[in-house]
Write a protein that binds this ligand. Structure first.
Ligand SMILES: *Cc1c(COP(=O)(O)O)cnc(C)c1O
Length: 418
């Protein structure tokens, strides 16, 4: 089901048993649509591949909608969070704090305290300064903080520079050479409880070789720590598996797991893995309606009702997606179109010279928009953010309402007398 969650029947694009034209008519556009079967299918592939070797921790930042988190929580998921807000979402969705790992370079004191009191599984610590702060807060609250150091294995993930995180010049992680000294400090500290080693080298990886290389370097560190009598329970190898946006051929979840497990066979450590994009990206589409066709000299523009505020990846990463009309017209010719949004920025563009057969009023599906889509949306240009709809078989559930103009101004006020 998961690979065929989005499919055509007599020219009409469906999510599971629901025609997307019905979703567009009922909820309007722009609108995110997810397939429950596709999400659960990807999730179970990871779980089956990892088996009893460890825990899959879904990276909440890819898509933190409560309904999605709730589905995964019920399936026994762990979660990788990067803020106190994400922790609150996980707990609200019924997730188990004891399966939460907390990543990110800039954890604030309040976030750290909250996570400690909630009883999360582990802090993935990104610097010596952060380690000290976590220790101080743990001492203050009379607890011991479970920690792993996020090391930077300095491997090239061969991806877009904005989503490469494991290179020496990256802001993320602690250089491998410095990790051992910090682990010794942490092991001696009464308020710290050393649990693991963490790393995450980047995102949208289309080749698993860099993941294997990172795992081998982490294994060397593991040996060093064990020789120093610093016990390590788990190794967290991060996320990062790529997906198909246009014509990529990404590895499968099983290939991902197969790349990172072998260096740890017979070490007895538990393996954590933090996929985000690979769980939800292909399980979602963004529906957007063509408002106008416009000719400017040699170019023809399709101006659509979704903009970079609704879906930022094209503007931020030069991302290119498959675009397709949800209903294919009878025999209209394809022509190269520049598909652009209504936001007042030239970067607000989905595609350049993309062959499409559309008229004003037609609805397009931006494929593989389930990850880093709604999660990155903003209200720029005072545009209310789009709704999210989950399709489950023949049913649709509105899992996030479209924002209203009042929502845009919530919390603001005029000056007194003004
Ligand atoms: C973003 C992130 C992930 C998830 O990355 P994907 O490419 O979406 O799988 C996992 N771990 C950490 C630490 C991250 O920052």
């Amino acid at each position: 089901m998961s690979d065929s969650a989005f499919h055509r029947r007599s020219g009409r694009l469906f999510a599971e048993e629901v025609a997307l034209e019905e979703v567009a008519a009922r909820y309007g556009t722009p609108c995110y649509v997810y397939s429950r079967a596709a999400i659960e299918g990807r999730w179970s592939r990871y779980c089956e591949a990892l088996g009893d070797r460890g825990q899959v921790c879904y990276a909440v930042k890819a898509n933190g909608n409560l309904a999605l988190l709730g589905l995964l929580a019920q399936a026994g998921a762990g979660f990788d969070i990067v803020s106190g807000g994400e922790l609150a979402r996980v707990l609200r969705a019924g997730g188990d704090a004891g399966r939460v790992v907390f990543s990110g370079v800039g954890k604030g004191s309040r976030e750290i305290r909250r996570a400690l009191l909630a009883g999360i599984r582990c802090f993935n610590v990104e610097s010596g300064a952060e380690l000290e702060r976590i220790a101080a807060i743990a001492a203050e609250t009379g607890t011991r903080a479970p920690i792993a150091l996020r090391v930077n294995p300095d491997v090239n993930p061969e991806t877009h520079p904005y989503i490469a995180t494991g290179l020496a010049e990256s802001k993320f992680g602690i250089p491998l050479e410095e990790a051992t000294a910090l682990y010794r400090q942490a092991a001696d500290h009464p308020s710290l409880d050393v649990r693991g080693i963490a790393c995450h080298i980047g995102s949208q990886l289309l080749n698993v070789a860099p993941l294997r290389e990172a795992a081998e370097r982490v294994r060397e560190l593991l040996d060093t720590l064990q020789a120093l009598d610093i016990p390590i329970e788990h190794v967290d190898m991060g996320g990062g598996l790529g997906v198909r946006y246009r014509d990529e051929s990404p590895p499968d979840p099983a290939d991902h797991v197969e790349a990172i497990l072998p260096p740890f066979t017979e070490t007895g450590v538990e393996i954590l893995i933090e996929p985000g994009r690979a769980i939800v990206a292909e399980a979602g589409v963004l529906l957007t309606r063509v408002e106008y066709l416009k000719e400017n000299g040699a170019r023809t523009f399709a101006i659509v009702d979704a903009g970079m505020n609704d879906y930022l990846r094209p503007a931020l990463y030069d991302a290119e997606h498959t675009l397709e009309p949800i209903n294919t017209g009878a025999g209209r010719p394809l022509r190269p179109l520049d598909v652009v949004g209504p936001v007042c920025e030239s970067a607000d563009r989905f595609a350049t010279g993309y062959p499409l057969s559309v008229e004003a009023g037609d609805v397009l599906a931006v494929r593989s928009a389930g990850a880093y889509g709604s999660a990155m949306s903003s209200q720029y240009n005072a545009r209310p953010r789009p709704p999210e709809v989950l399709v489950d078989g023949g049913q649709t559930h509105l899992i996030r309402e479209r924002e209203t103009v009042d929502d845009l101004m919530r919390g603001e006020s005029l000056l007194p007398g003004g």
